[in-house]
Design a protein around this ligand. Sequence first.
Ligand code: NAI
Ligand code: MG
Length: 360
Amino acid sequence: MTKSVLVLPGDGIGPEIVAEATRVLDAVNARFGLGIETREALVGGVAIDAEGSPLPDDTLAAARAADAILLGAVGGPQWDDLEMAQRPEKGLLGLRSNLNLFANLRPAILYPQLAGASTLKPEVVSGLDILIVRELTGGIYFGEPRGIRTRDDGVREGFNTYVYSEPEIERIARVAFDAAMKRNRRLCSVDKANVLEVTVLWREVVKRVARDYPEVELSHMYVDNAAMQLVRAPKQFDVLVTGNMFGDILSDCAAMLTGSIGMLPSASLNESGQGMYEPIHGSAPDIAGQGVANPLATIISVAMMLRYSLQAPAAADAIERAVADVLDQGLRTADIAGPDEQPVSTRAMGDAVLAALSRH
Ligand code: NAI
Ligand code: MG
């Protein structure tokens, strides 16, 4: 059966890194006989310039029809003066909400070859391999009512609503337990159940879902402690699951434990397993067009895509081994190169991954 992948290079370094990632995808497609068909479309600033909208109708239609989406990054200074609703980022948010991509998976892996890149002590982060599962389409970022109002006494106040329904909690919990089953079978649910009623319900529902996963060891932690523990002793965790806002903050914190924004992939999934895969970094306008960006975060995102949306775990493993291989060989783009290391170009890094793939 053929599978379809929609490729959305986007802006800035997006086209450069996505070009390397699609070369890798094409290579495993041929090698493992995956029957994947790819097509490309516009999103973000390039879509605004070409069609007047950050998420053109034909892009959204193609996204709905695809089994998976590979995205580079969107945005750049030339679009910064546009109104919020017209900005490139709306293309990304529009894809997330229209496709109901409620489950955001963000691994934070410290590659042993890059141990020096972290700002934390090597013994704290060496061997780090954790996964944050963040609810992406609910919680306080989307709750109604919201706004800024003037009270009867003339004082202005801002307000948002933090709300999660039982089905919303249950489905993100299931994604997290499923992920834990594929890893080391430990799940920590992060909430603020000592203060917020919504997370009292969160904890209750997570405990209920846990009955279906007797092999997973479940723990609970308040978010303030979780932030502290992530920096103090991050290796105590395997999988963390949390709501939208806590997950936003904790996943950025966890990502930076590894010190290398150019290495970290992400997945955003919906209930049918369809997913959007992208590096966690942005469009890096400061280095766009120079051919120096690190394509590995996008290449590793392809591995996640193969594993989570395209049921091709062997191809995913091969890509991950190839990436480890090129790091072992000492290849470094500028963002991960040490002071004494000669950085390689985006294309050279892609070439090296392809060569390593043919050996695995
Ligand atoms: P950024 O992630 O684009 O860049 C931050 C720093 O990291 C820059 O110095 C950049 O050169 C470097 N960097 C990022 N990716 C790299 C890579 N693959 N290789 C080497 N170096 C890399 O974040 P910034 O500068 O805050 O935002 C730039 C633009 O990207 C903005 O328009 C922002 O809105 C957009 N953005 C888009 C995102 C997305 O499409 N998912 C996410 C974050 C920001
Ligand atoms: Mg964020």
